[in-house]
Design a protein around this ligand. Structure first.
Ligand code: FAD
Length: 332
């Protein structure tokens, strides 16, 4: 059976209400499928996932392939990647997209290896070229270059996509989709790793959404090494560190810290913004900050114009200066 133009999205439903990556990728897949003519399909493994199947259909999936079995209740990379490979071999989709979560980052390379196809990790955009091929757009060389990658011969074309890259479609409770339920193959591999128990460990950090003091850094911080100073400053102030999208894409900090349209909205009592230009996608999420101090070399940057205090200076020097001043005060 071939579904050679279909676009598949692997359902990552763990932590569903916080992590919307599958819905975001489904939205982009819907856009891509408009040019390729294939169907948008979600693939989901586990036990008791009907709620998520419905959500995927409400967010753009035209078909959902489901393998629901008690044996899949606990995620195991070997069994999940084996299953994914099997399904791809059977149904032959053109494209397989996976969220670049820890789950996706673990499973996608294994599936690509088993299928002997290519994989672009951490894409920040996806397009279709005039020949109908998937263009996988991803930062490379530490975020200094944006590469446009195609998989010319092998199929499926595989990519992982960073959470927050695309906007999910509006929930449509009336949407209809086909649900294809598949049995667990009889030759499933024996798991080499067995999960005996697991427990949810809530993060100790308050999170930037709730913090009273937030220190955000942008590309103007210059490098990952220099950006680290913001963590020292935040620790001294009992604050949290946030960042702009280029900084997150350059891996100076994790996606959890992204402030903006594709990340989190914050409402601190005081916000220090270091080396940030103030693009609308970022500033839309800081509108509720009570007091803003911006540090930028360019006095005309939007961030400087919206700040209560605008310091025209080098962001690194000011950050180091505040750290020094606080430490001296602590000693006194
Ligand atoms: C669909 C979409 C969604 C997006 N979502 C988000 C989002 O959620 N969050 C987000 O942040 N962005 C988002 N963006 C990206 C956004 O448009 C901007 O590109 C981004 O916010 C710019 O980040 P920046 O200010 O760090 O970098 P830049 O725009 O490059 O600004 C760097 C700033 O640093 C200053 N600077 C340089 N050197 C120094 C120095 N030594 N000392 C002090 N200042 C210095 C410069 O004057 C400049 O103002 C999105 C874009 C799109 C298209």
């Amino acid at each position: 059976m071939t579904t050679a133009t279909d676009i598949w999205v692997l359902g990552d439903y763990r932590n569903y209400f916080q992590s919307r990556v599958t819905l975001q990728i489904l939205a982009r897949a819907t856009h891509l499928a408009a040019s390729t003519g294939g169907k948008v399909c979600a693939v989901v493994f586990g036990h008791g996932m009907d709620e998520y199947v419905g959500e995927y259909i409400a967010h753009g999936a035209e078909k959902v392939y489901v393998v629901d079995d008690p044996a899949l209740k606990t995620y195991a990379v070997e069994t999940y990647s084996f299953l994914m490979t099997r399904l791809v071999e059977k149904f032959k989709p053109a494209t397989l997209l996976v969220g670049a979560t820890r789950f996706g980052q673990e499973i996608a390379p294994r599936v690509a290896k088993q299928l002997k196809t290519g994989l672009t990790a951490d894409c920040i955009d996806l397009e279709i070229d005039p020949k109908g091929r998937l263009v996988q757009i991803a930062p490379s060389f530490g975020g200094n270059l944006i590469a446009r990658i195609i998989t010319p011969h092998k199929r499926p074309q595989m990519a992982t996509i960073r959470p927050g890259t695309f906007q999910e479609l509006v929930h449509d409770g009336t949407a209809k989709g086909q649900i294809i339920r598949l049995a667990l193959p009889t030759d499933m591999p024996t798991e080499k790793i067995r999960c005996i128990s697991s427990e949810y460990k809530p993060s100790k950090a308050k999170g930037i959404e709730k913090a009273d003091i937030v220190i955000t850094g942008g590309r103007g911080m210059g490098s990952k090494g220099k950006f680290k100073k913001l963590f020292e400053l935040a620790a001294l102030m009992n604050g949290e560190v946030g960042a702009t999208r280029p900084v997150v894409y350059a891996n100076w900090i994790g996606h959890d810290a992204l402030v903006g349209q594709a990340g989190k909205a914050i409402k601190p009592k005081i916000l220090f913004a270091f080396g940030i230009s103030g693009a609308i996608q970022h500033t839309a999420a800081i509108a509720d900050a009570d007091f803003i101090v911006a540090i930028n070399k360019n006095p005309n940057a939007t961030m400087m114009r919206m700040a209560d205090v605008a310091i025209v200076a080098d962001a690194n020097q000011v950050c180091s200066g505040i750290i020094r001043a606080i430490k001296e005060n602590i000693r006194d």
